[in-house]
Design a protein around this ligand. Structure first.
Ligand code: NI
Length: 419
């Protein structure tokens, strides 16, 4: 196919361009053959069977959307960024192609019930997305057939190692296409309005300066609004204790499965989709076979297992008999609750779970993410907190909200409430 330096997007245009209707972006446009082929690859189609928000639909019942629609939305947001004059002139056609693909593929490494799965099997979704792009997958073959270097060039955007900083900023920074799409989408789908912000305004004020993306001073209010939208979504939706409770049940089930496996328990269920994970040797195929439809099938099967804990936890999960929760300050309170649980025959290892949530709204000179930079009328750059009273007030507050809870079976509620 020649040299990537000579690549033109025009040469890959579809004869018949595709559009997909979308609740957030109105239309998702597919203009290029390789994008269309990637959307139809099995690793991307699999994302239809992974929910975007794990257990959140247990409390915001309509938030059942998949990572597939979110991935299309991130791709479309990137496409809109590329249409802005500054990026259109700045990037080569090959870089534009790479970043559109990175947007589409950035989440292919998510396991079922994403973050709960990572908690149990210590897989990191970013590493897994990169692994699927670099080897042994349908998306890898599509990319490598196009240009030998394309898998690596796309992966390096997701890994933050690409030499062009602007491409990394578009996918993964404090103001990127991923966050913009998920805030608007999760907000809409959950029926809350906290995640709304003015994306068109932010895109209009985008500029390139010193080879990275910055924003004009007139965009500061839109950016403040976006930062607060994200902060409020975390507390109102993403960290909702009922969703956490559901995810803890998921983790307890897999913790029990792991323990039983170590103890040579004889499972009645055919464990073929789970075994590679228990043995820590899952291939890319094992990983992509493992989606939420498979997990839910297993939980149904586990309700017929002889082990009473596995059976009970699975029934609770399927029938939404979620754990209750209370705040705690001191680990001694948790020890008391564990004692009560043991007295009632509940093994605290699976039935008493603690967690602690924190959300820092903006990172000033953070390690992974760079500042959002503001370009003033003298063509000088300043970090956002110097241009925004709101962001600087948040940074100076030091009193970041955190939420520490202990979760327990609701049967113990009366015994625990008198503590
Ligand atoms: Ni994402």
């Amino acid at each position: 196919m020649g040299f990537k330096e000579d690549f033109t997007l025009k040469s890959n245009e579809l004869l018949e361009k595709r559009v997909m209707r979308d609740a957030i972006h109105d239309y998702i446009h597919v203009d290029h053959l390789i994008i269309w082929r990637l959307i139809n690859a099995q690793e991307v189609q699999r994302l239809r069977r992974i929910k975007q928000l794990g257990g959140t639909h247990q409390v915001f019942q309509s938030a059942e959307h998949s990572r597939f629609v979110h991935s299309l939305g991130v791709y479309q947001t990137i496409r809109r960024m590329l249409e802005t004059e500054c990026l259109d002139n700045y990037l080569s056609d090959y870089d534009k192609l790479c970043v559109m693909i990175a947007g589409l593929l950035h989440d292919i490494g998510h396991g079922p019930f994403s973050h709960s799965f990572e908690g149990v099997f210590h897989d990191n979704h970013e590493d897994m997305s990169v692994r699927l792009i670099l080897e042994d997958s349908e998306v890898h073959d599509i990319l490598a057939d196009f240009y030998e270097e394309l898998p690596q060039d796309v992966a390096s955007i997701i890994q933050h190692t690409h030499p062009n900083k602007a491409l990394i900023q578009m996918i993964s920074s404090q103001l990127d296409a991923d966050r913009m799409d998920y805030l608007l989408r999760d907000s809409y789908m959950s029926g809350t309005t906290y995640g709304q912000f003015d994306m068109s305004r932010i895109l209009r004020t985008m500029r390139i300066k010193d080879d990275h993306i910055v924003y004009k001073e007139s965009g500061v209010q839109a950016i403040e609004n976006y930062i607060l939208a994200r902060y409020h979504m975390y507390w109102q939706v993403y960290y909702h204790p009922t969703a956490r409770s559901y995810e803890h049940l998921f983790q307890s089930i897999f913790l029990r499965v792991k323990d039983l496996y170590q103890q040579d328990y004889h499972f009645q269920t055919n464990m073929k989709y789970i075994l590679p994970f228990l043995e820590n040797k899952e291939t890319n195929r094992d990983f992509t076979n493992f989606d939420e439809s498979v997990v839910l099938y297993y939980f149904r099967e586990f309700t017929d297992e002889k082990d009473p804990i596995l059976k009970d936890l699975s029934l609770r999960f399927l029938n939404r008999r979620l754990f209750k929760y209370v705040d705690f300050d001191d680990i001694n309170e948790v020890e008391e609750i564990k004692k009560i649980a043991s007295q009632h025959g509940y093994d605290p290892r699976y039935y008493i779970i603690t967690d602690n949530q924190k959300q820092i709204p903006y990172l000033h000179y953070g390690d992974n993410f760079n500042e959002i930079e503001i370009l003033d009328r003298h063509n000088q750059l300043s970090p956002l907190p110097l241009k925004s009273e709101i962001v600087s007030a948040i940074l100076n507050s030091k009193n970041y909200k955190s939420d520490q809870k202990v979760f327990f079976p609701k049967e113990l509620k009366d015994d625990i409430s008198i503590l």
